[in-house]
Design a protein around this ligand. Structure first.
Ligand SMILES: [Zn+2]
Ligand SMILES: [Zn+2]
Length: 272
């Protein structure tokens, strides 16, 4: 096993939150050592998206997104929308996200009413459509509502982050232009539906992510997650698909580049 495996992309993590925990350098160095050459650092609101821009500007291989998370208590106003659109024109801004719907209401988690979430989500889908960008979707317990929102903004396309549906839902998403992104959840023992989706999605129909600092995969569960652990999730998906790890890594990286509009780098392009 001396041959180096193809590089990976962590398509969804939060470098600003890792920086707040004093883990940014460890996250970036560990990623490179693990062959995670590119990281998409995802914005949660206007200020957080701008912080992610700053980190992306400082580090090669780091890209960022402009988002308005469903836990945001108010919809973005006109000035905030304008600022998000400006940020989105940055050369390292690859997507709108994360945005979406979250029907898992719990005190201390979030209690934002669905109608507020739906207004924010629609504005963000329109922002992405107008900018010609893909969207990173947060869908917690809201599969049907999310698909209905896509139907309301034709031409929407992107990634279902932390994919949490079954194989049939993955097919419905694919029909709407959305690929699945598997996170450490796919390694959890009771995630049989998600594992079934990971077994059956098309070779070019999925990517992998960490959502770090959240959601460490087995066997690191309970510790702060880091982008390097996307390799653990890719290996788990390879086992589920009965495919070589190298093939899964190469396929997910090519898919991430295609969907997010990132040019393959010379180091990444030639290895198989
Ligand atoms: Zn999320
Ligand atoms: Zn996230």
């Amino acid at each position: 096993m001396s041959e180096r495996l193809p590089p990976l992309v962590d398509t969804h993590c939060h470098l600003v939150l890792l920086e707040e925990r004093g883990l940014l350098n460890q996250a970036l160095e560990g990623a490179l050592a693990a062959g995670v050459d590119e990281i998409i650092s995802v914005g949660l609101n206007l200020d957080d998206s701008d912080q992610n821009r700053r980190i992306a500007e400082q580090h090669e291989g780091v890209y960022f997104t402009c988002g308005w998370h469903p836990h945001e208590k108010a919809t973005p106003d006109a000035a905030q929308l304008h600022a998000l659109a400006e940020l989105l024109s940055h050369p390292k801004a690859v997507a709108v996200g994360e945005v979406g719907l979250d029907l898992f209401f719990r005190p201390g988690y979030h209690e934002v009413p669905l109608d507020v979430q739906e207004r924010s989500f629609r504005l963000m889908l329109e922002l992405a459509r107008d900018a010609g960008k893909p969207v990173l979707i947060h869908d917690r317990d809201a599969h049907d509502e999310v698909l209905a929102a896509f139907a309301g903004v034709p031409g929407s396309r992107g990634v279902m982050h932390c994919f949490s549906g079954d194989a049939a839902f993955a097919r419905r998403c694919a029909e709407q232009g959305f690929i699945a992104s598997f996170s450490g959840i796919v390694t959890f023992p009771r995630a049989e539906n998600i594992q079934d989706a990971a077994r059956t999605v098309a070779n070019d129909g999925y990517v992998v992510e960490t959502d770090s600092p959240f959601l460490s995969p087995v066997p690191m569960r309970g510790r702060p997650n880091l982008p390097e652990r996307v390799a653990t999730t890719a290996a788990a998906v390879a086992r589920l698909r009965g495919a070589p790890e190298a093939a899964v890594r190469a396929a997910t990286t090519a898919t991430a580049h295609r969907v997010l509009g990132i040019a393959a780098r010379s180091t990444a392009a030639t290895r198989e």
